[in-house]
Design a protein around this ligand. Structure first.
Ligand code: FES
Ligand code: MG
Length: 580
């Protein structure tokens, strides 16, 4: 069949779901009988694309509390376009509540997404998520399933307010908690802050991992144009959801699968977007993992190369001054991408049916302080740097735009903590031998050691130093850091200490050199001494003997390759299910 523009489109009998509903044997009869049980007349759904609406709504996830209602707008769009929407509740990954960290479960949601799409009569999908790990998880699974799919970002929450100041979720949580620890504010102020920090549905409204990843999804071309910047409660968000539902049906007829959209150029543009946003360091891990699912090689070095030529244009916290709501009013992501156009691959297709370039063409900037031009950037260089050295042979990452510049070239003695619990126990101990020049080291917090690489990477500054006015120190770890955190924090050290990475060999007092301009992280200890320590090192016992943790521990890869499960990231045969 062809559409009005002469493009070939699928015939109803070519739909994947036809294998279930159109079968002439007893199975087809059974599938149709069960549709009647669902209360559907044949003309309502037979021969129509079945669109799975994968919804990460849950009563425990405040960032997605509006998604149950928003699914109604998605399904409205799907019905209107002549599709058949089917809602699938899928695992919710709440950054706030799920312990030890939702990163442990990103691959579980990815696996669930892929297998649901594979095992049911599904022709296309709408993916609903936004809180940190949900975006990469849904897209990783959908990329592996390789059906046509549209991502509906949950949208940022509204600005927070407190005593006339605007509050950023995450960023200000850390800031005011430090003020509380240092005695600058008391219980009364803290109580008020609890009520003002997160005041509407939606994900974090700073440029944390959530906004970074939904914006990356938009730059990849898998959302409706402009979708990622719309505040969760804005009526435009309802309209975007309905439009995504409508478009998902057309994508099925056009057979425009994710593999045609998620190309290396798309991933490079997503990486450039993350850098121009001054986005979360978590994006490196997620984009590398997502690219792996698309059969695309994306490396830490790709990010570092881009970071040297992509300026930071979004003046949004934690690297800048404003919040996502301001960013939306200033023109949102399309306006920023239009500023970045010469650096992007504009000819590639998107789910919207236009090229990426057409999607952003002419998008105006309404506030030149919030969305900067390359001539007047927040920072000339991208916000991230990839470091290597004898402490991080496979790489480490620092978001240096949020660090105090004096620390970007620094040598200091190590103060080592073997776990986060150890750190919590000793960090405020008056006997701890530490100065503002010390280098705080946390290990045992990587993909296996954490487990799940918890966001411990912004190690707290000792109370004593805080009271002296110290606001930043060099901190290094194999952990991740919340996208809303800040400071001279070297993260994602690979390989991690738990598997015997050099971080395991550091001892109190060892000098450590951080040199961001030279992209270097070095332990100033001789090779002989390191070899002696290495020979003494003993691998820890596996933490899990059963359950998902055991599966995780056995298959998780290191940060530089995306922390996917090896058996999910590799190419290979995975046949369509037999439906007869
Ligand atoms: Fe959900 Fe920050 S807690 S996005
Ligand atoms: Mg976060």
């Amino acid at each position: 069949m062809t559409d009005t523009t002469g493009r070939r489109t699928l015939a109803p009998e070519e739909l994947r779901s036809h294998r279930w509903y159109g079968g002439e044997g007893v199975r087809g009869f059974s599938h149709r009988a069960r549709s009647r049980q669902l209360g559907l007349n044949p003309e309502e759904h037979l021969g129509k694309p079945v669109i799975a609406v994968l919804n990460t709504w849950s009563g425990i996830n405040p960032c997605h509390m509006h998604l149950r209602e928003r699914a109604e707008q998605v399904t409205r769009g799907i019905w209107q376009a002549g599709g058949y929407p089917v809602e699938f509740p899928v695992a919710t990954l709440s950054e706030t509540y799920q312990k030890p960290t939702p990163m442990l479960y990103r691959n579980l949601l990815a696996l669930e997404t892929e297998e649901l799409l594979r095992s049911y009569p599904v022709d296309g999908a709408v993916l609903m998520g936004g809180c940190d790990k949900t975006t990469p998880a849904l897209l990783m699974g959908a990329a592996s399933a390789d059906l046509p799919a549209v991502f509906v970002p949950a949208g940022p929450m509204l600005r927070g307010h407190w005593r006339g100041r605007t509050l950023g979720s995450g960023t200000d949580m850390w800031k005011y908690w430090d003020d509380y620890r240092a005695g600058r504010i008391g219980d009364c102020e803290l109580g008020e802050l609890e009520g003002g920090l997160a005041r509407s549905p939606g994900h974090c409204m700073t440029m944390g991992t959530a906004s970074t990843m939904t914006s990356a999804a938009e730059a990849l071309g898998v959302t409706m144009p402009g979708a990622a910047s719309i505040p969760a409660v804005d009526s435009a968000h309802h309209r975007m959801a309905a439009a995504a539902g409508m478009r998902s049906v057309a994508l099925v007829w056009e057979d425009l699968r994710l593999s045609r959209i998620l190309t290396r150029n798309a991933y490079l543009d997503a990486a450039a977007t993350v850098l121009a946003l001054g986005g979360s360091t978590n994006a490196l891990i997620h984009l590398i993992a997502m690219a792996g699912r698309s059969g695309v090689t994306l490396t830490l070095d790709d990010f570092d190369l881009l970071a040297r030529r992509i300026p930071v244009l979004a003046n949004v916290r934690p690297g800048g001054a404003h919040l996502m709501e301001d960013f939306y009013y200033a023109g949102g992501l399309p306006a920023l991408l239009e500023q970045l156009r010469p650096q992007l691959h504009t000819e590639r297709p998107t789910v919207a049916g236009t090229t990426f370039g057409e999607q952003i063409a002419g998008s105006p900037v309404h506030d030149k302080d919030v969305i900067r031009s390359p001539q007047d950037p927040v920072s000339e260089e991208g916000g991230l740097a990839v470091l290597r050295g004898n402490l991080a042979p496979d790489g480490a990452v620092i978001k240096h735009i949020s660090a105090e510049p004096r620390l970007l070239r620094h040598t200091g003695p190590a103060v080592v903590f073997d776990s986060y619990q150890d750190l919590q126990r000793r960090i405020d101990d008056p006997a701890l031998d530490i100065t503002a020049d010390s280098v705080l080291v946390l290990r045992g917090a990587g993909p296996k050691g954490g487990p799940g690489m918890p966001e411990y990477g912004m190690l707290p500054i000792p109370k004593r130093l805080l009271a002296q006015g110290v606001q930043d120190m060099v901190r290094i770890s194999d952990a991740r850091m919340s996208g809303t955190s800040y400071g001279a924090c070297v993260l994602h050290i690979a390989p991690e200490s738990h598997v015997g990475g050099p971080l395991a060999l550091v001892r109190d007092g060892d000098p450590i050199t951080l040199d961001v301009p030279a992209r270097r992280l070095h332990l100033e200890v001789g090779e002989q001494e390191l070899a002696r320590r290495r020979a003494e090192w003993r691998a820890p016992e596996p933490r899990f003997e059963r359950g998902y943790g055991a599966l995780y521990e056995e298959h998780i890869t290191q940060a530089d390759t995306g922390c996917d499960f090896a058996f999910l990231s590799r190419p290979g045969r995975n046949p369509e299910p037999y439906t007869g």
